[in-house]
Each structure stands twice: as structure tokens, then as C-alpha cells.
Ligand binder design. Sequence first.
Ligand SMILES: *Cc1c(COP(=O)(O)O)cnc(C)c1O
Length: 437
Amino acid sequence: MTTELTHAVLPESDIPTHWYNIVPDLPTAPPPPLHPGTKEPLQAADLAPLFPMALIEQEVSTERWIEIPGPVRDLLRLWRPSPLSRARRLEKALGTTARIYYKYEGASPVGSHKTNSAVAQAYANAQAGVKKLSTETGAGQWGSALAFATQAFGLECEVFQVRSTYDSKPYRHVLMETFGATVHSSPSDLTNAGRELRKRFPDTPGSLGMAISEAVEVAAMSSDTNYSLGSVLNHVLLHQTVIGQESIKQMAMFGETAPDHLFACAGGGSNLGGIAIPYVRENLEGRAAVHIVACEPKAAPSLTQGEYRYDFGDTSGMTPLLKMYTLGADFVPDPVHAGGLRYHGMAPLISHLYHEGMIDAVAIGQLESFEAGVMFARAEGIVPASESNHAIAGAVREARKATEEGTSPVILIGVSGSGQLDLPAYQEFLAGRMADS
Ligand SMILES: *Cc1c(COP(=O)(O)O)cnc(C)c1O
């Protein structure tokens, strides 16, 4: 038996007490969101119909550290600190000279990192006296996370789930319903936006942009309902920084100062931001030189193929204009299995870091991602989420390159979720029926 460390286990007292806001540490400020009507920088009051003041303050904050409220930290204890492990068996399977580590967010109540922000958002809304949250969900992870978090704080939850995954992953809405949420297939006939989209695109598989339009409309029409977004916005990335803060401590337990390469999948950018932003700080302060790589799907390659410009976050043009890498607000990606990565844009903060050359990006095809995911599952005993497979594939590429070049870099993978509910996709891959896209 080896005596070398495999899991770096932190005590509960090492759950971060603060979220880390990178904005005051950046050399240049990210461009502000604009009002969709006036095209002027958005004011806090413009967001008040949709979000509680505590989250708006986080969204525009210039404080470096923001304290995590006690009741939120108490709920985080259910699954944090999350494990960080050395993937020795994956290293062996690859025959690589690289040292590979992974931070696993799939052990949260609903199996992904999304719960980290859901509990913070539900708490802020409950404190503000809101009765219900409306939201969109791609593959269902955000909807399940928010369904869990809302009932924990006594709120109702209404979810618009993208049609393609509502149909292809029926257990996802059962999961949300188990936590007490109401779930609709989007576009639905319950909102003006949904009815209009159904008229324009009768056979659409749906998209996150469409579902956002519906959820925003529900919140805008009702005084006791707020809207909640599972990615993209500054406050969501902020809530996810617990991942990277824990990772820094855990890598030290392995005797590693920092990884040479960090891979995380990127849909809207929240799990990537969560693990990477604390490392961007390490880079800025000269303690590390981590090469950070966003792994996006070839089906929705916003960073590698999109344009950096102001665009809407949704399909119907109801959200503020965000400066981001975008494929266009009406871009509808192929219905690939990584539903959480099918977004036309990218978080403004991640877009800014990419534009400034502080992070890198690659686009990875569906087949390559599942080859890597199955290899990871067989080696480490964890079936990763379809989205996370993109990060693993990025790391596998780097490990193979290192082996060819005879180098031994330290690679850290952000494994954002569990794939237990993605088994129909694995079945398709194993049967050789999966399309590459
Ligand atoms: C939602 C989701 C993603 C994509 O969203 P990001 O905001 O880019 O993190 C990735 N992985 C999992 C498991 C998800 O649930």
C-alpha cells in the first residue's frame, strides 16, 4: 500500500469565510453592463425588479473580500470543503509523466458546483422578503440546485428547462420536483416570450437564451417573484470562488505550490471562474504562473469563435447588454449532451480575462470529451458530468503532450459535476452512436 496522499481532506473550519472579488485587483476594469434601452451604463436600480439589493451590491462590488453569511456557510457544510485528489490511476492509464489532480464538485447535494451559488442567492432573496424565484436551466443542474436551496430557505421555485434536455433527460425534472419546484419545458406557452418563440421556431430544441427570456418575464411581471441566474453574472462567479480558495490549500497539502496548467469547462463561466479566479490572483501577485484554460464545446465555442462585443444575455433582448464573447443572442447550438455548455455568450468577467490574455481557451468535440470521460471513470471510479468531460479532455491533451516532450507539469482539473444522470449519453457513446460536434 502506498503511503502517499490521494485525497486532500480539509476540516469544515477551512470552508472559506469570504468570497473573493477579483475586480479591485484587476489592472483594467471590465466594461460595465449597459441598459438595453438607453445604452448607458446600468444603474443598481435598473436591476431591482429582478434581484435583491444584497446580490446587486455583490454584482457591482469593489471590495476584495465579501463575508459569506452564517446561514449560507452552515448550508455549505453539507458538502464543503469538496475533495481534491491526485489522479494517480488516471496518470497510470495515460502512462504520463505529468502529475494530475482534480477538484470534484460532484459531491454536492445535486451533483454539481451550482449549489454553491444557489444557497447564496436563495438566502439573499429570502432575507429581502421575496416569495418565489424563477429561473432557467439547461441540463437541469442549476434548476435542481436552486430547487434545493429555495426550499431550504422557505421559497417557491419555478423553472424553465430547455426543451431538448427536458425531453432527453426526464429524470432531471423529477429531481427538481422532488425538491418541490415547478418545472416547464421551454419555450412554453405560459409567457409572451415563450409563445412568440414557439411561433417563430416551432421545432426548436430550445436554448438557454430562450429559457432566460421566459424566466425573466415571470419575475418582471410579479412583485413577489425574483429572477435567479446560475452563471454568467459577477455575483455568481463570486459565490463559486470557494472552489479555488480551497484548492490552493489542498494543493499545498500535496506539497505543490500551484498547478502549471488548470483546466475547467466553460458554459457561462461560473465553475471556471470559481476555481480559476483565486489562481488569477496568485498569478497577479507573482506567487504562481498558472496557465488557465477554458474548455468549451465545439458546438458553442463562444471564446474561440465568438466576437467580443455588447450582446443580450437572452434571445428576446430583455436582459442588460453585456460585453462578452458571443456567438449572437439568437444562436442555437446543436443539442449536444453537455447541456450546461450550450450558451451563446460567456461571463463578462471571464471574457475580460480572456481578452486581456490572462486565460486561454480551447474548443473540444463531443466524442473527444466522452473518450476522456470514460477513461477518467474507469481509472478514478467517478463518472463525470458531460460538461466536465471537456475539462478532462483538455487535461488529457496536455498530459500526452508532456509525455511526448518528457516534461512533468502539474495539471489541475476542475471536475464540475457528477454524470450519474448523464448515463443515457454514456450509453450512446459506448454503443458508438454518438455524433461528433
Ligand atoms: C452548469 C454546469 C456547467 C456549465 O456552467 P458554468 O457556469 O460554465 O460552470 C458545467 N458543469 C456542470 C456540471 C454544470 O452543471
